[in-house]
Unconditional design. Structure first.
Ligand code: B12
Length: 461
């Protein structure tokens, strides 16, 4: 039996990180004696051509919501070739009936045992799901030898504005996923593992996997992609200690909630190579944090940034604007928060109700669903569902642009103040906004001046 797993999509903005989900499915199948390949359209492979060469019996497609239509297009190619077509992943998991119109079998939830059962038991149609795997160390590390690692280790130079802010431009990078699950229930989040306990790989497995990636692909930096690396401090402590004892020597980043860090774990993480923590700050307005059921405070957001700065870890983060019942005043509080903190890298998203989330239910209950919408627009900026009708979209976009410009000045200024000034002069349309930002941020002006002086002097012989 031959299986081709497919990562569909053509929009390069989504090609940031190797599809570890397909890597896990492939390693699990290989461990059970199944022949498998991974075709990655996002990394530039041609699906029809690869299928023609490999001639699989089964094709397995994955997709997040904005890539669902790409998956359905790919399903058409597979079925035309007479291949039994299966779809899993976050979108198919919450929209199984829709997906079933395009494929033979839909898998809801964790895919490893489900896909193996489809092969072993000859399942040819319907929607199936299997119990979650209790011991995730029993799933071998992702089959990276089947992934387009040459393409993904260069993600930083291809997508400089992603979460890979801490990665030096020319450095090779890779990702690991060492836990599954999240014990929180924020209303905007599609928690694939809802209803299952959070499961962790052992520290020994984590460190040996990273050592292998380093050896096999020459990477110098790693990002832990799980929802929250810092939620289990005992395990993270053990991972850090092993990294230090084994002299692992990789720089790394990971995601955390602002209330899961403390000076002690940060100091240890820094010593073990941590250079960036990506937080879901979400808002500078306590009212909105409460609406989102984030269970954090604006003060904790501020303290997390300060704690990271104190130990020399870059605090990166994401913010959501346009949440239900949010007002322009709330958005301004978020923008003020970004202006006043000295974070350099942040992603500002428009609240997007992904199917399966509480936001999605809220949009439906409040009759905010338009008659038609395209899945591709569920991309954090173009959402077709306006959850905060009180905020004029034009003003929202203008505020976002302003803050993005401020962040760009901070980032450029860190590297080269002179080139930041040249860029400003080159874009006359933005001069006014930039000057406004500078006037509102005397601290930024002082920092930039200090750096400018340092940079000019460092160039002198
Ligand atoms: C890492 C990550 C990323 C990475 C890489 C994404 C990727 N394709 O691997 C980056 C940063 C690039 C990213 C980008 C985006 N992401 Co993201 N991301 C995540 C995160 C934190 C972990 C994903 C992961 O690897 N999970 C672990 C794997 C093992 O789980 P899994 O993918 O669900 O796969 C399992 C099952 O679903 C199933 N399965 C999956 N595929 C298949 C296929 C078959 C055939 C079968 C049988 C089974 C099966 O088996 C797998 C193993 O058990 C999740 C949150 C989360 N907890 O999942 C969000 C998440 C997936 N991302 C999300 C979103 C919205 C996005 C973006 C659209 C954001 C944007 N606007 O740009 C893009 C889309 C990128 C893309 N290529 O699709 C949403 C998806 C919601 C939705 N309904 O689509 C999530 C769920 C976040 C959230 N909490 O809301 N993301």
């Amino acid at each position: 039996m031959k299986v081709a797993l497919i990562n569909p999509g053509t929009d390069q903005k989504y090609a940031v990180q190797e599809p570890l989900n397909l890597g896990f499915l492939a390693s699990f199948l290989q461990a059970n004696g199944v022949d498998v390949i991974i075709i990655d359209e996002l990394a530039g492979q041609d699906i029809a051509r690869e299928l023609e060469l490999y001639k699989p019996d089964i094709a397995g497609l994955t997709a997040t919501t904005p890539l669902a239509d790409d998956a359905y297009r790919a399903a058409g190619i597979c079925r035309e070739m007479g291949i039994l077509t299966v779809m899993g992943g976050v979108h198919a998991g919450v929209m199984p009936d829709e997906a079933l119109k395009h494929v033979n079998v839909v898998v809801k939830g964790e895919g490893e045992t489900a896909l193996f059962d489809i092969i072993r038991d000859d399942i040819c149609g319907g929607i199936i799901s299997r119990p979650y795997i209790k011991d995730i160390d029993s799933i071998p590390p992702p089959a990276r030898h089947l992934l387009q690692m040459d393409f993904y280790v260069r993600s930083k130079s291809r997508t400089p504005h992603s979460y890979l802010y801490f990665v030096p431009t020319e450095a090779k990078t890779a990702s690991v996923l060492t836990s599954r699950g999240c014990p929180y229930s924020c209303i905007y989040c599609h928690n694939t593992w809802r209803g299952t306990p959070t499961r962790y790989n052992s520290p020994e497995r984590v460190v040996s996997e990273i050592a292998d990636i380093k050896k096999d692909y020459g990477v110098e930096t790693i990002f832990f992609i799980e929802d929250n690396l810092f939620v289990n401090k005992k395990r993270l402590r053990a991972i850090c200690e092993l990294m230090i004892d084994n002299n692992l020597n990789v720089l790394w980043g990971g995601n955390s909630r602002v209330d899961n860090i403390d000076p002690e774990i940060l100091a240890l993480a820094k010593k073990a190579g941590c250079r960036q923590i990506t937080f879901g700050f979400e808002s500078g307005s306590q009212r909105v944090l409460d609406i989102l059921k984030k269970k954090t405070t604006v003060l904790q957001n501020k303290q997390a940034i300060e704690l990271c700065n104190e130990v020399g870890i870059i605090p990166q983060g994401t913010f959501i604007v346009g949440s239900p019942m949010e007002t322009l005043e709330d958005v301004r509080l978020t923008m003020k928060f970004i202006e006043e903190s000295n974070i350099e890298s942040a992603g500002i998203c428009i609240a997007t109700p992904y199917p399966g989330t509480q936001l999605w239910d809220w949009a439906k209950e409040n009759n905010l669903m338009p008659e038609t919408y395209a899945w591709r627009d569920f991309d954090y900026l173009n959402t077709p569902i306006n959850l905060s009708p009180a905020i004029p979209k034009k003003e929202l976009m203008a505020l976002i642009e302003k803050v993005n410009i401020l962040l760009a000045i901070r980032q450029k200024g860190r590297v080269n103040v002179l080139s930041a000034i040249k860029d400003i002069v080159r874009e006359p349309s933005k001069v006014f906004t930039i000057l406004e930002s500078l006037i509102r941020n005397p601290r930024l002006v002082i920092n930039l001046t200090k750096r400018f002086i340092a940079q000019v002097f460092s160039r002198l012989p």
